[in-house]
Design a protein around this ligand. Structure first.
Ligand SMILES: *Cc1c(COP(=O)(O)O)cnc(C)c1O
Length: 422
């Protein structure tokens, strides 16, 4: 059973909280905390800002040792003010699973670690963002939330809204995997299948804002999902003994995770928990939908909409991202790069990691392994480096290739063949 850690929270009626304001990610314009916000007046994402000197004084790093292994252990760096508003389904610290056999083959002296986010509630790291978004919605008095999704975000929003007693409405492209659509419905949300892509769904959510009055929880239009995703960066640094890895491969759709981790590293340095080393941030996309890769290669600051987006790695089929400039900034400032891998390479990587290491990734996670191999081959990653690959969802949420050889009782069995398979 997962319990919310209670020591010292409820006394005095609130969490130790250090939020000072929100800030436009482009212009720096300030916005009041404790009010509902979507984008800034410049139509750009808002970032939550904290009194980091206050956090530094209030929270010695060693104090974490006492706290339960959930993302709420970093509560001083999170926006929720009152403990009763925390909506939780047990957001565990996810394991860093090494791939020793593949590392031995490919990267002598190097390390490949998979941050396995598939263990989180609803089977994906969208739980981190939505736990924070729904907690803040509750704190700020929202009663109905809506979002466009390729599956996992909608499922997480539905689950946390059910938990909080909020209404939820979700719009998916009509080719979203059935398991996601049904999961969303089972968790109490209304789900609509749209004959378009995720950004078409986003337009419907925006239209409904005016008529239905729901709160728009779309990626980066809602300011607190980044804060939830930020905990991936804090957690990773803590797991590595307050070191950062040399390089992080991240399957990038809307980019909340990469923007969130980049923010986490800056905040951790400001409170003195890590030094100034940063991992090289690598954006991984599918060749059939690679707007960030194209913009990175062109040296552009923004990424125009990718036409005819297609890939079976649904979580990264995002033709246009409103936080494009923030993603590209993190990649450039970190000395990283952006790389595309095609669906055949993703499928091969999916099988290779599962069959060799016993770790069933999601296709988006498999894309990071395919990208790692390509980057090792072209020298952008060195074999002695410590690389972290993000596996963002449980492989079990995806349709797998058909398998199974039929046996008919009473007919001869080919034991020799069975022995050969090992
Ligand atoms: C949402 C999602 C992504 C992309 O994450 P962003 O932080 O939005 O870029 C990657 N993989 C999976 C499985 C996802 O659900």
């Amino acid at each position: 059973m997962m319990e919310i850690p209670d020591h010292d929270w409820t006394r005095g009626g609130g969490l130790p909280n250090f939020v000072t304001h929100l800030e436009c990610s482009e212009t720096g314009e300030r916005y009041a905390a404790d009010r509902l916000h979507n984008l800034s007046r410049a139509d750009k994402p808002l970032l939550v800002r904290y009194d980091l000197d206050g956090v530094r004084r209030a929270l010695p790093r060693a104090a974490l040792a006492e706290r339960p292994q959930t993302l709420w252990r970093y509560r001083e760096l999170l926006p929720v003010r009152r403990p009763e508003n925390i909506v939780t389904l047990g957001e565990i610290v996810t394991p860093l699973v090494p791939l020793p056999r593949l590392a031995g083959r490919l990267a002598r002296g190097g390390e490949i670690l998979v941050k396995d986010e598939g263990r989180l509630p609803t089977g994906s790291f969208k739980a981190r963002g939505l736990a924070l978004a729904v907690s803040m919605a509750k704190e700020l008095g929202v009663s109905h939330m809506a979002m466009p999704t390729n599956g996992n975000a909608g499922s997480a929003m539905a689950a946390y809204c059910a938990r909080a007693g909020l209404k939820a409405t979700v719009f998916c492209p009509d080719d979203t995997p059935a398991v996601n659509v049904r999961e969303i419905a089972m968790q109490g949300a209304a789900v609509y299948l749209v004959n378009g892509l995720i950004d078409d769904c986003g337009r419907l959510v925006a239209e409904g804002e005016k008529t239905v009055g729901w709160f728009n929880c779309s990626t980066l239009r809602e300011p607190y999902r980044i804060e939830g995703k930020k905990t991936m960066g804090i957690e990773l640094a803590e797991q590595l003994g307050w070191q950062v890895p040399d390089v992080i491969f991240y399957p990038t759709g809307g980019g909340t995770g990469i923007i969130g981790m980049w923010k986490a590293f800056a905040e951790l340095e400001a409170i003195g928990w890590i030094g100034n080393k940063r991992p090289r941030m690598v954006v991984v996309q599918a060749a059939g939908c690679a707007p960030m890769v194209k913009a990175w290669e062109a040296g552009a600051e923004h990424a125009p909409r990718w036409p005819d987006a297609h890939t079976f790695a649904a979580g990264i089929r995002v033709p246009q991202a409103i936080g494009d400039f923030l993603i590209l900034r993190a990649v450039r400032q970190s000395g990283g790069f952006a790389i595309a891998v095609d669906d055949a390479a993703i499928a091969a990587a999916w099988r290779e990691v599962a069959a060799t290491e016993g770790l069933l990734l999601c296709p988006e996670g498999a894309a990071t392994y395919a990208a790692y191999k390509a980057a090792l081959a072209d020298g952008r990653v060195k074999s002695g480096e410590r690389a972290v690959l993000f596996n963002c969802a449980s492989g079990l949420k995806y349709e797998m290739p058909e398998a199974g050889t039929r046996l008919t009782l009473g007919e001869p069995v080919d034991w020799t063949r069975m022995a050969g398979h090992g």
